[in-house]
Design a protein around this ligand. Structure first.
Ligand code: SF4
Length: 168
């Protein structure tokens, strides 16, 4: 059995796909080891959902990613453009990529309206955060993937090792 795969936000791996056109490259030995082991499935849900780079920042309004997936909340730019469908499409892409590669663990960029595991901006574009997951993090979690952010790489690595152990 090959080692379990892990889905990682593409910006944490150095891809310049963030809303401002930059990346959020992580200098993590754990990520480098996973890359050597060819475990990583890199996804940027917002690009996969059809949004350009750079793009206007967007925030969740009316709830977190769980509510967006249920149709009870929206994702909008500061100018009021509704980008909810692109965020839903990106989340669906991430779930399909995870299922296709038998991903059981994901490491996602904190603070993102797509990728945040817990802690999103509150929809007022004032820099205030509130509890809740981004749209893709919520979708992956609902699909049975264990989701972590880049501050929890050791926990994600332990979860992967446990899965590998179960498969040995
Ligand atoms: Fe990174 Fe996720 Fe934002 Fe893409 S959607 S730039 S992977 S945080």
């Amino acid at each position: 059995m090959p080692p379990a795969a892990v889905l990682v936000s593409a910006c944490l791996l150095g891809a310049p796909v963030r809303y401002h056109g930059g990346d959020a490259q992580s200098d993590s030995d754990i990520l480098r080891r996973w890359q050597r082991q060819r475990r990583i499935v890199a996804v940027c849900p917002e690009v996969a959902g059809g949004l350009p780079t750079p793009r206007p920042p967007a925030e969740l309004q009316g709830g977190d990613g769980v509510q967006v997936l249920r149709g009870g909340a929206a994702v909008r730019t500061r100018a009021g453009e509704d980008v909810t469908e692109a965020f839903r499409a990106g989340a669906a892409h991430a779930v399909a990529a995870a299922r296709g590669a038998n991903v059981r663990v994901a490491v996602l960029k904190s603070g993102s309206p797509s990728c945040a595991v817990d802690g999103i901006y509150d929809g007022t574009f004032s820099g205030r955060r509130t509890a809740g997951a981004g749209v893709t993090a919520a979708a992956l979690r609902a699909a049975g993937v264990q989701v972590f952010d880049e501050t929890q790489l050791a926990e994600a690595d332990a979860a992967l090792k446990e899965i590998d152990g179960r498969h040995d």
